[in-house]
Design a protein around this ligand. Structure first.
Ligand SMILES: *Cc1c(COP(=O)(O)O)cnc(C)c1O
Length: 337
């Protein structure tokens, strides 16, 4: 077992949060995040039945309606609310073009924390603008995420700012877990909960909460087949890297992470894959059947139900719609799917 030797995170792997940490996070976040609705959409149940999952009853957890358009803001706020004045002054550095960056920029503004985001040059202009608008400093560097990561690490070393990674971060996992906590409070009788995976924080969070509060609930993870590092790591029982070519930005991660894999190893009932066209079809189902906008990553859990219907026959299924930050081109493609 090589879970103790992370591929990317330098140094020791922190311990996962406890369910007590999740309760503390829920308390901290009260009034600062949206208690997002958990909604039954009859047209999605029909789509599931048409796909072969007869009798499946879906409940969608609408984190696409969360502040900044994704569940990640729960983790970012939980982390930064725990900073003291010195840590806020030193600030944070992160590398991302997507929802991680927006979530941290939002939380940094809320808490008065300095925030620098390193993006590869020529980032998605919509996301870059959103991060700048939230008041973060944006540094454009390098062609790839690896370049941006190296620059972010240097900046942290030179300035004393805290480098905030995407997955080996217990405070992010504890904060993100409040989404599952809300869902189980609103819908305590789910049989299965399907959660999309990039670095695995959201799924690890779901496993922690389910183990404590709903031990009969199966947590099923889903990843893009074009970026299957977490899936491959879970199946192999050791950290793996993998190709990383999915269009779904929130799922575009090229390696497994030690902290989340450690939780997923015991907590997950299953780990499914969906391809990018199946994700686009699920985005279309959300648009037409639920009148709701999901970005690719946000639609992956529904895609898993539609692509693997036998697993969900007759069951009450929680579907994590994790984010809604879809660009115009992506939405056009989805409607054409
Ligand atoms: C980041 C993200 C994911 C993946 O979450 P992880 O915690 O990295 O596994 C899924 N959906 C959306 C919308 C995201 O932004």
């Amino acid at each position: 077992m090589s879970l103790a030797t992370p591929v990317h995170a330098p140094g020791a792997v922190p311990a996962p949060p406890t369910v007590h940490d999740v309760l503390l996070a829920a308390h901290r976040l009260e009034g600062l995040v949206v208690h997002t609705p958990a909604v039954v959409h009859p047209e999605l149940d029909r789509a599931a039945a048409d796909a072969g999952a007869q009798g499946a009853r879906l409940v969608v957890k609408h984190e696409n309606l969360q502040h900044t358009g994704a569940f990640k803001v729960r983790g970012a706020l939980n982390l930064l609310l725990g900073f003291d004045a010195t840590a806020r002054e030193r600030g944070i550095v992160a590398y991302s073009t997507g929802n991680h960056a927006q979530a941290l920029a939002h939380a940094a503004r809320h808490t008065g924390t300095r925030c620098t985001i390193v993006m590869p040059t020529a980032p998605n202009p919509v996301k870059e603008r959103a991060v700048r608008r939230l008041g973060a400093e944006v540094v454009l560097h390098g062609r790839t995420f690896d370049d941006a990561r190296a620059r972010a690490t240097d900046l942290a070393d030179n300035t004393g700012a805290r480098l905030v990674g995407a997955a080996n971060e217990p405070a992010l996992v504890a904060g993100v877990a409040t989404a599952t906590l809300e869902l189980l409070g609103d819908v305590p009788d789910l049989d299965v909960l399907v959660v999309p995976v990039g670095g695995g924080s959201g799924a690890a969070a779901a496993c922690l909460v389910a183990a404590a509060l709903a031990p009969g609930l199966e947590v099923v993870a889903v990843q893009a087949a074009a970026s299957p590092a977490a899936h491959d790591s879970w199946r192999a029982g050791e950290l793996r890297t993998a190709a990383n070519t999915t269009r779904a930005e929130g799922l575009a991660v090229g390696s497994g992470f030690a902290l989340t894999q450690q939780v997923l190893r015991d907590g997950l009932a299953d780990f499914l894959l969906v391809d990018d066209d199946q994700i686009a079809a699920a985005q279309r189902a959300y648009l037409t059947g639920a009148r709701t906008v999901a970005e690719g990553a946000g639609a992956a859990a529904l895609a898993a139900v539609l692509a693997h219907p036998a697993r969900f026959l007759g069951r009450r299924v929680g579907v994590m719609c994790s984010g809604g930050n879809a660009g115009e081109i992506e939405l056009r493609r989805a409607l054409g799917a």
